[in-house]
Design a protein around this ligand. Structure first.
Ligand code: C2E
Ligand code: MG
Ligand code: MG
Length: 561
């Protein structure tokens, strides 16, 4: 046993994993090994005489305590301390000692590697890997500290949120590597614009935040914002190509615009929105009182009309699959607005505006024409034809020219009417049910299918439902989302499916997000499913890939296995 221990110790010492030093009871160094010399950076010849000479004054107390324990118990538990190297730098070590016949045998483990790794990890946790700027966590921490300080000395702080205008376009056109380099340059330029005591952080993507501490007047924050913009507005060079990038900044000031980190960041965000709404390439202060929302509406309204001419709308397509086979059986056309400074806007942000302003008529026609053309292009390319659902607003449906417009577009695009399904909401057909019945009959005669969208949220009298010549019921997302949890919703979904089947209608569930919902809906014999579990809405090119590659869309969770 002893032999093995001896051999083991020798091996450990030989690998330099630990260093050894022997001292007498007064601390005089008697002997050391190579590993110890290596750790402290001394040659044997110029080693100082006493172990204390290698200790920092701060660690003397630790040494004294260890010595007491050594005297009392014959050994001391290992502890961390610093040793002073020959070049006066410090090295963190684990230090332990045992008494052996009037001599003290000490071992030393160099922890600097360990500490460096630890520090690196720590750094990574609080910094952005691409730009090495502080990340959101560290920024919030600094902001919190600054606020705590300000409470004491009553000083103003400013939070600036900055976003590059059209960064996505740059990324798309120059490639991700150039995009990354651009973000790094932006980080450098931002840092050059502020004082040492300020913090520049990257929150992710093209979102940066700046904390200006001790701002004497709000105007000073504006001056910095202006300087930042001027610096960022300078050309960036990529392979001899000059690239210009505009930016937008939102400013919130402590204490007037918020007294804690959350509200300051939120309000700086609102100010940034305002800068974007005003076309980007400017900075804005936060203004209280919810003016932002109203302003956004106003700007959207005035932008909406031109948007169609400027080709800012796009149609996306969401797959619909057969419940039993997951076979792709249809697609729903969903419109998106690629706003030049606000990014992609979803229908809930602009459809009602378009309805109020009447633009929904032109927009609706455009969506129908685009979707029919696309569908026809796919068929011409030899891809399997399938049902195309297009949403219609009540206002479109009520137009006297509604039927003829649909007929014209079908004729123009050459799409066989049997592939087209119009989605009308329950409320749009129930506004004037008698007139609706007439129109629906005309659609039927043309060979077009009709679906009632968001079914269950309005109030269709069963009597009318029987008389509407429709083909499909779409169960509203709100019932589907709780179908497994809320017994009322389960009952409603079951009732809609039974009712639909009794009337010989296809029943589609929309907003299917989970495996449980899928299981439930399939046990209730719902015919068709649509939802994020299968796919989000896709751009025309992404949908085309789907058409080419699979005729089947597997639910998300099982497709990843
Ligand atoms: P909708 O006709 O009920 O369309 C379904 C909406 O649910 C779409 O939202 C779709 O993206 C979303 N959705 C689909 N699957 C899921 C899911 O699993 N989970 C969740 N949470 N949502 C899901 P989107 O595209 O924002 O459209 C919203 C509404 O805007 C549509 O509701 C439709 O009423 C209207 N809309 C969209 N495009 C047009 C259009 O071209 N014309 C008219 N008039 N209305 C449109
Ligand atoms: Mg719909
Ligand atoms: Mg719906």
């Amino acid at each position: 046993m002893m032999n093995r221990l001896d051999a083991g110790l020798r091996r450990l010492v030989a690998t330099n994993l630990i260093g050894m030093v022997f001292v007498d009871l007064a601390g005089k160094i008697l002997d050391v090994d190579e590993s110890f010399l290596h750790t402290i950076g001394y040659a044997r010849a110029d080693l100082p005489p006493r172990i204390h000479d290698l200790t920092t004054p701060e660690d003397r107390r630790l040494d004294d305590e260890a010595f007491e324990k050594l005297m009392a118990f014959g050994a001391c538990a290992p502890f961390e301390k610093m040793l002073v190297r020959r070049d006066s730098s410090l090295v963190p070590v684990l230090f332990g000692a045992a008494l052996y016949e009037e001599e003290i045998a000490c071992f030393v483990v160099d922890l600097s590697q360990n500490k460096q790794t630890q520090e690196k990890l720590n750094h990574l946790a609080y910094h952005d890997a691409l730009t090495d700027l502080p990340n959101q966590v560290l920024f919030k921490d600094r902001l919190k500290q600054a606020i705590a300080m300000s409470r004491r000395n009553d000083q103003m702080q400013a939070v600036l949120l900055l976003n590059l205008d059209r960064f996505k376009t740059i990324n798309d056109s120059l490639g991700y590597t150039a995009g990354d380099r651009l973000l790094q340059s932006v980080a450098q330029r931002l840092t050059s614009c502020v004082r040492e005591s300020d913090t520049v952080a990257r929150f992710g993507g093209d979102e940066f935040a700046i904390l200006l501490t001790h701002v004497p007047r709000a105007q000073d924050a504006a001056n910095v914002a202006r300087a930042i913009k001027e610096t960022l507005d300078q050309a960036y060079l990529f392979d001899d190509q000059e690239v210009f990038v505009a930016s937008s900044i939102g400013i919130a000031v402590y204490p007037t615009d918020g007294r804690d980190t959350a509200s300051l960041l939120k309000n700086a965000g609102a100010a940034l929105d305002r800068a974007k709404v005003q076309g980007g390439n400017n900075y804005q202060f936060y203004t209280a009182g919810g003016t932002t929302r109203a302003l956004k509406q106003l700007v959207l309204e005035s932008n909406l009309r031109g948007a169609l001419e400027r080709s800012e709308f796009v149609v996306h397509y969401q797959p619909q699959v057969d419940t039993r086979s997951f076979q792709l059986v249809g697609m729903e056309a969903l419109v998106r607005w690629r706003h030049p400074s606000l990014g992609v806007l979803y229908p809930n942000e602009f459809i009602s505006l378009a309805e109020d302003s009447g633009l929904i008529i032109q927009l609706g026609d455009w969506v129908l024409r685009t979707a029919c053309e696309q569908s026809m292009a796919w068929q011409d390319a030899g891809l399997a034809p399938m049902r195309l659902s297009v949403n219609f607003s009540a206002r479109q449906f009520q137009q006297p020219t509604f039927i003829s417009t649909v007929a014209d577009i079908l004729k123009e695009t050459n799409l066989d009417p049997r592939w087209l399904e119009l989605e009308l909401t329950e409320s749009s057909v129930m506004k004037d049910p008698e007139q609706a019945i007439e129109k629906l009959h005309e659609l039927k005669l043309m060979g077009i299918r009709v679906a009632i969208d968001d079914f269950g949220t309005g109030y269709s009298s069963l009597n009318y439902l029987k008389r509407f010549p429709i083909d499909t019921l779409k169960i509203d997302r709100s019932f589907v989302s709780d179908v497994c949890k809320d017994p009322h919703d389960t009952a409603i979904v079951r009732a809609i499916i039974t009712l639909g089947h009794a009337l010989d209608l296809t029943v589609i569930a929309e907003g299917v997000e989970t495996q449980e919902q899928l299981q439930y809906l399939s046990s209730l014999e719902c015919d068709v499913l649509q939802g994020f579990l299968f796919s989000k809405s896709l751009s025309a090119s992404a949908f085309e890939e789907l058409l080419v590659e699979h005729q089947q869309v597997v639910p998300f969770a099982s497709s990843t296995v």
